[in-house]
Ligand binder design. Sequence first.
Ligand code: C2E
Ligand code: MG
Ligand code: MG
Ligand code: MG
Length: 285
Amino acid sequence: EAKRDPGTSYRFYDRQLHISAGYQLRLEGDLRNALRGRELELYYQPRIDLASNEVRGVECLLRWNHPKRGLVGPDEFIPVAERSGLIVPIGYWVIEQACKRLKEAAELGFPGLVFAVNLSFRQFHDRKMTETIFRIIFNANVDTSLLELELTESAMMHDPEYAQRCLRELNQLGISFALDDFGTGFSSLSNLQHLPISLVKIDKSFVQDLGQSADAEHIIRAIISLAHSLQISVVAEGVETEGQLEFLRQQHCDEIQGYYYARPMPWADLVQFLNERDQSACLQL
Ligand code: C2E
Ligand code: MG
Ligand code: MG
Ligand code: MG
């Protein structure tokens, strides 16, 4: 209707629309260039095993070094990438990059480090997903048992049959799956028991409510005990304090990830972080 009537009644609305559509388009264009122009970068956040105190793996987290705006976090541009479909090529780039680093880690003396990559809803529903991932890992020639894909409940529950088929196919190649941001969706773990999921990540909102809400404690306890009864490991996200860590340790949470141990960091910093931990471990002997 807006096009047919260039009059006055909708002018305000139209202008608003132009601003947001224009902004959206600009961001989209910038993002397209970013993918081509190597402005995207992965940061790596260590995940620590509470029983051994070792770094089990890292989560790969996307960052955008925007030429004018500086470092932009994924919460700002992933929604745009999702809406425009750009998340699909970006997501494959992320997996390729993670595979490259996975090999590099082994060469640097850190074999066995798990690399976790986030898969968006749209990418998970890309019709060429399994085929493309297969091609990427085949070309990269990596140990697929070190590759973990993180999906949210909503991505899995949208079409459970499709999810089951894809997860099984990729699982047969050695890839494992983690359920991200668990507790925020509407599914229960029992809905997911037929899927090859080896890990559940407790959403950071529960961890951050510890000490302030008894509910958070109950929910975390329930998730851990149910997951363990299904032979699923548990990672707590967003651990920032000693108190949170202690509670999670008492509940036999398997791994933690959070600022308390380490923030997401560029590759070079991660290598330094791993080397320093190695050295201090040697000194303790
Ligand atoms: P996520 O997968 O749940 O990742 C964990 C987020 O929690 C990361 O935010 C991480 O920096 C943050 N975090 C970790 N420890 C702490 C802590 O102790 N305190 C607090 N406050 N935050 C902590 P980030 O890097 O901003 O990423 C946000 C979300 O963007 C991710 O949530 C994930 O859903 C999405 N994302 C990131 N990289 C990718 C990607 O390559 N592909 C896709 N599809 N999504 C991605
Ligand atoms: Mg994640
Ligand atoms: Mg999460
Ligand atoms: Mg999240």
